[in-house]
Design a protein around this ligand. Sequence first.
Ligand code: PEP
Length: 251
Amino acid sequence: MDNTPRPLIAGNWKMHGSNAFAAELAGSLSDKVSNAGHNSFDMLLCPPAPLMGSTLAAIGAASIALGGQDCHSAEQGAHTGDISAGMLADAGCSYVIVGHSERRADHGETDDVVMGKAAAAQTAGLAPIVCVGETLDQRDAGEAIEVVTSQVVGSVPDGSSAGTIVIAYEPVWAIGTGRTPTAVDIEKVHGAIRSAIDGVIGNPGQVRLLYGGSVKAGNAEEILALENVNGALVGGASLKAEEFWAIAQAC
Ligand code: PEP
């Protein structure tokens, strides 16, 4: 029996779109998911917060989950511009991305900060997608595995288990660049993450480990077939219904 975790194909729209765009993209994916009937993957859309209502409306009854792109670690309070995990849950989300490298770089988020956000997400009933990944300098220095596994251990809240957390390996230098690590390198890092979460996350073999960084229709099949790759976190290619669907079909 195949005991690998069910793949998750997640689209991170970042700061793109409008209500009209969200309605069209989510509507088109909703049709595809519904028409396909049985799908061998879970699909997740992470639009910007103001577009969640129109995205959810367009998803309708289709089996597509909604997620946030970030959350605050506090339940509520004087944090202008921030969004709590509870608010995301209330808006219909079941996941939230935390620790994306763009947040780590733009907002100086450390592993401790990311862990606080992930814990808040779990308290609100959301599964955090904890992002980790090395810079090009770190890879060139041969430090990729050390950096990534240390981010994982430093960002995952105590008491996490396979059903309450997702990890996304996203090499910083591969995001939005069209460059990807070799298949061997992706497998090495994913294997190291799987080992690193043993004893840290309950039921480690069932934790979904996503790969992210320039995943496209053209490389999805090869990447998604790799050992310990249980789905993809997709940026640019998730903004086009046909391409995102083709990625999901590669599962
Ligand atoms: C991302 O930012 O999460 C990402 C994977 O982006 P892209 O697919 O565009 O590289």
